[in-house]
Design a protein around this ligand. Structure first.
Ligand SMILES: O=C(O)C(=O)C[C@]1(C(=O)O)C=C[C@@H](O)C=C1
Length: 319
């Protein structure tokens, strides 16, 4: 085990990674984009929560898990697992373009397929294609697209076909009966690299901050006030979703991605405002945006504008 997983960089060969496996998942493709990961130890986990448990228990230094898909939205398993329990920190995000194939048991044509297995997020992205081309097929959930593909190799697979990546179908030598079956071309899944809390990646000017904000109980207008903390400081949100805490009916938290780094004055100020409204909010990290897109910051919300306002106020207090 190595303690050298530097924030945002400095990842070395001695780092132990885990990811949603088995080999051949889109998550593994995401991990392989992390500099140094190709030559590092990579341990597949059977679920998102198992991967995060590996990190929390110190058996792995960092985990890559899916968090958001451009077609299907947030990955609830990840949003829920990082919102509670031992705190984790997002060090970077990774984008992977998603294309699917339908692999089938040898000799089967589309019309012969009675059961198809894949990850629920993959199924959701191919549902229209499946309705049109294999309407007779029943869906069986799998822990990942690659797990469904591997299952097809068993002597007696429990299903006729699997939806998986073209790469894993090719690697396993499966028979592909339909290519490019995703309902939306150019679908993208976003993954995050998580570790135990460590020093923050340096701000790059094109960063993202991820937060978990519990909705305060019996506080009319709380959502409006939460959103106001961002809008009043010119902080753009790139994702906001509500998730039930699971504790009792009506108890929710917001999972939020905001443009900017905690060391940006406008973001720091927004976080302080949020903390006053929702003191149990969880900071999950500030890290570089994978698309390097810089936000447009209004003139009155730049670091310099905040600094000048602080100087002005200090002057007034000094008298
Ligand atoms: O099953 C896989 O291959 C995964 O990596 C998981 C996952 C997901 O959770 O969204 C990743 C990308 C695709 O959108 C479909 C499935």
């Amino acid at each position: 085990m190595s303690a050298s997983l530097g924030a945002g960089s400095g990842v070395t060969d001695s780092v132990i990674y885990t990811y949603l496996g088995p080999e051949g998942t889109f998550t593994e493709a995401a991990l392989l984009q992390v500099p140094g990961a190709e030559s590092a130890e990579r341990i597949p986990s059977t679920s998102v929560s198992a991967a995060l448990e590996m990190v929390r228990s110190g058996r792995a230094d960092a985990a890559v898990v899916p968090i958001e898909n451009s077609v299907e939205g947030g990955v609830s398993a990840t949003l829920d697992a990082i919102s509670a329990g031992e705190p984790l920190r997002i060090l970077r995000e990774i984008l992977v373009p998603i294309t699917f194939v339908l692999a089938a048991r040898p000799g089967l044509a589309l019309a012969d397929i009675g059961t198809v297995s894949t990850h629920s997020h993959a199924w959701a992205q191919c549902r229209n294609w499946a309705d049109a081309n294999i309407p007779q097929a029943e869906y069986l959930p799998a822990s990942s697209t690659a797990a469904a593909a591997v299952g097809l190799q068993e002597a007696e697979p429990g299903y006729d076909a699997a939806i998986c990546s073209p790469l894993v179908a090719q690697r396993l030598g499966l028979s592909v009966v339909a290519e490019d079956i995703g309902d939306i071309t150019d679908a993208v899944t976003r993954f995050v690299l998580l570790s135990l809390p460590t020093s923050l990646p340096e701000p790059t000017g094109a960063d993202k901050t991820t937060l978990v904000v519990p909705l305060p109980e019996d506080h009319p207008g709380a959502l409006m006030e939460i959103l106001d903390q961002f809008s009043a400081r010119g902080v753009n949100l790139s994702r906001i979703e509500s998730r039930p805490t699971g504790l009792f009916l009506g108890d929710y938290f917001f999972s939020i991605d905001a443009d900017g780094h905690i060391s940006d004055a406008r973001m720091a100020d927004a976080l302080k405002g949020l903390h006053r409204i929702s003191p149990n909010l969880r900071f999950l990290g500030s890290y570089p945006r994978a698309d390097h897109r810089e936000p447009e910051v209004p003139r009155h919300n730049t670091d310099e504008a905040f600094r000048r306002a602080d100087v002005w106020l200090e002057g007034l207090l000094r008298g």
